[in-house]
Ligand binder design. Structure first.
Ligand SMILES: Cc1cc2nc3c(=O)[nH]c(=O)nc-3n(C[C@H](O)[C@H](O)[C@H](O)COP(=O)(O)OP(=O)(O)OC[C@H]3O[C@@H](n4cnc5c(N)ncnc54)[C@H](O)[C@@H]3O)c2cc1C
Ligand code: SF4
Length: 482
């Protein structure tokens, strides 16, 4: 049977509301006062964007909420979304010294949200474009967290940044892909506005490679940043995959972000294939949108799941079901629609190799199948865009870890396209590093004269890094904070 939306508008909105309630001022101050303001704080080192966590917490404790937000956002312009979506238990909160004393770690994520929401909700204008300009221009391809982090840092360093995004709105997966109950598109779009406050230009609805070419960009800009993310969900390659109710997790989640919630079609019995964080997001959202049963099908066991433990716990609390040690062999069809999956049982041998158990097939009833097996790399697109670009065997962009520079000296990269798929905060951190890498690259050019473009986009430039070992002092050109 064809699948339809299930819930009325009110229930859909209630079910999908953000899961973490906002702190009240009293709660925030009480939590902030638990912080020990550690010297050489391990929480700072655990944050890929290096936010000065004790400093922003201290400002909350003393009632300087705008100053607290400024501390956060000047280190991580997407601090509001990171406050909601970061796996804090394995990053900053996981490093908090209070854990060693058998106490609860400071709720850094919730405090960060408290401070940044104050600025976003009250439209407080924290930033303005820097007055001191370098004259260097950078084109950033893709408008996700990596490019936004990179563009903000470039702007703070005095360079001009122009983002090209193929979708109608910028923000990447923050706007279109992260579970709605963690981060709404509204918050993501407010952060995009913050980036614009720094003077960054964002051209949406422009696909690089289709609407504008790399050689055209190279004529106009001094360097390029590749923040193109990852591609479509991997295929199942089984019979029945083309049926209308077999959908990619990213398309299902995209629907949730672009349609009114009560208009999103969902099955009554949903099967989600895969057990990473995307699968967990899909199964949880299917359940919250009214599916009677939403079940993860995973070929291995509970202890092998790639999903974070806290995500798994949330899915279980929401009533998601799990079938471990099973793989789909075919999608079953009735009258042109999905009516089930043919599954086969698997098992692990002593060496933990997976094998299919012969004659173990069984049918699993469902009316919707969501594929969540991971995303493809952008190999074909990157080969087409920049034929000389060096890609690793797994299809990611090879780049210097510290500077983001690729084998093409004026081309830098970061985020999922380079790290193979990680977290928002990693994308922002890598974007920031690449901005500093470009800053050093430009300083080097000033010292050695203008670079020459070649037809392939490859530059004749001196070896990277000579004489430029001093760290970039970001505040030098960041004259714009009010
Ligand atoms: C379902 C899902 C849930 C997730 N949940 C979490 C979470 O809870 N917490 C967390 O920290 N991380 C989460 N992540 C990971 C996080 O979203 C990514 O690590 C992050 O968005 C990567 O940022 P990016 O800028 O590299 O790529 P993206 O966010 O993918 O942005 C890339 C952008 O480039 C654009 N683009 C691509 N090609 C072109 C072109 N040729 N021209 C113009 N534009 C182009 C795309 O349209 C896109 O907007 C999740 C990921 C998924 C898939
Ligand atoms: S490690 Fe914990 S207690 Fe120490 S500064 Fe960071 S949040 Fe505060």
């Amino acid at each position: 049977m064809e699948i339809r939306p299930i819930l009325d508008p009110e229930t859909a909105t209630r079910n999908m509301a953000e899961i973490e309630p906002k702190y009240s001022p009293q709660e925030a101050v009480t939590e902030a006062n638990r912080c020990l303001y550690c010297f050489d704080a391990p929480c700072i080192r655990a944050c890929p964007t290096g936010i000065d966590i004790p400093a922003f917490i201290k400002k909350i404790a003393t009632g300087n909420i705008t100053g607290s937000a400024r501390t956060i956002l000047s280190a991580n312009i997407l601090g509001a979304s990171c406050a909601r979506v970061c796996p804090t238990s394995v990053l900053c909160e996981g490093a908090c010294v209070l854990l060693d004393r058998d106490q609860q770690p400071i709720k850094i994520g919730r405090l960060q949200r408290y401070a940044t929401d104050h600025v976003l909700d009250d439209n407080i204008n924290l930033f303005s474009p820097p007055t001191k300009k370098s004259g260097k221009r950078v084109a950033l391809i893709g408008g996700g967290p990596a490019s936004l982090g990179c563009a903000a840092e470039l702007a703070l360093l005095g360079h001009e940044a122009v983002i090209f995004e193929k979708k109608p709105e910028a923000g990447g997966l923050n706007t279109y892909g992260i579970a709605y109950y963690k981060l709404t598109p509204e918050v993501s779009l407010k952060e995009v506005e913050l980036v614009k406050q720094l003077g960054v230009e964002i051209r949406t609805g422009v696909e690089v490679g289709r609407d504008i070419t790399i050689p055209e960009l190279e004529k106009e800009f001094d360097a390029l940043f590749l923040g193109v993310g990852l591609g479509s969900t991997l295929r199942l390659d089984i019979p029945g995959e083309e049926l209308p109710e077999v959908v990619e997790a990213l398309h299902f989640i995209d629907d949730i972000h672009t349609k009114p919630l009560h208009e999103v079609a969902v099955g009554k019995r949903v099967a989600v294939i895969g057990c990473g964080n995307t699968a967990i997001d899909a199964v949880t959202q299917a359940k919250r949108l009214g599916a009677a049963h939403a079940t993860i099908i995973y070929r291995r066991g509970e202890r092998d799941m790639p999903a974070y433990v806290y995500e798994y716990e949330l899915a279980k609390q929401d009533g998601a079901e799990f079938v471990f040690y099973a793989i789909p062999e075919a999608v079953l069809e009735r009258d042109g629609h999905v009516c089930g999956l043919r599954l086969v049982r698997t098992e692990m041998d002593a060496q933990r190799n997976l094998r299919v158990i012969p004659d173990s097939a069984f049918d699993f009833p469902c009316d919707m199948v969501i594929k969540a097996l991971g995303q493809e790399k952008m190999t074909a697109m990157l080969d087409h865009l920049l034929p000389g670009l060096d890609l690793a065997d797994n299809g990611t962009i090879r780049r210097d870890d510290q500077t983001g520079q690729t084998n093409i000296p004026h081309v830098f990269a970061g985020g999922d396209a380079a790290n193979g798929g990680s977290e928002v905060v990693n994308a922002v951190g890598e974007g920031k590093k690449a901005a500093r890498g470009m800053h050093r690259f430009f300083s080097q050019q000033e010292a050695t004269g203008p670079i020459q473009w070649s037809r392939m986009g490859v530059v004749d430039a001196p070896p990277y890094g000579a004489g430029l070992d001093a760290p970039v002092r970001v505040q030098e050109t960041a004259t714009s904070f009010r």
